[in-house]
Write a protein that binds this ligand. Structure first.
Ligand SMILES: N[C@@H](CCC(=O)N[C@@H](CS)C(=O)NCC(=O)O)C(=O)O
Ligand code: FES
Length: 111
């Protein structure tokens, strides 16, 4: 991928504790898979940056190569790739996601 795309992705991940690469925006998700992750993050009441890959095909493709993960959405917490919709939903349901956030110093809303 283009170095500028890699730098942009790296920059977003470095400067935001939680980054969600998604289709659409947190206020208007344009795919059900992205909407699930938005719902989880909103439920946890954490701040996050949504990056709409539909606005930029180079980021849409670039993030797949960057994470070595073939689909959107993709969630990053403190620079670490967590996963897509299925993984996030599963980790939320088991409480693992809340624990992961807490371990990394991110305050999460009480259940
Ligand atoms: N099982 C996936 C569902 C996500 C998914 O299948 N995404 C597709 C459709 S939105 C995708 O990103 N396809 C490649 C693309 O649209 O660039 C997950 O857990 O995140
Ligand atoms: S945009 Fe069609 S499944 Fe995500």
């Amino acid at each position: 991928m283009d170095a500028s795309v890699r730098d942009r992705i790296q920059g977003e991940i470095d400067s935001n504790d939680i980054v969600l690469f998604m289709k659409g925006t947190p206020t208007f998700p344009q795919c059900g898979f992205s909407a699930v992750v938005v719902q989880v993050l909103n439920h946890l009441e954490v701040d996050y940056k949504g990056i709409n890959v539909l606005e930029d095909p180079s980021v849409r493709d670039g993030i797949k190569e960057f994470s070595n993960w073939p689909t959107i959405p993709q969630l990053y917490v403190k620079g670490e790739f967590i996963g897509g919709c299925d993984i996030v939903r599963e980790m939320y349901e088991t409480g693992e996601l809340t624990d992961l956030m807490a371990t990394r110093g991110i305050a999460v809303a009480a259940e």
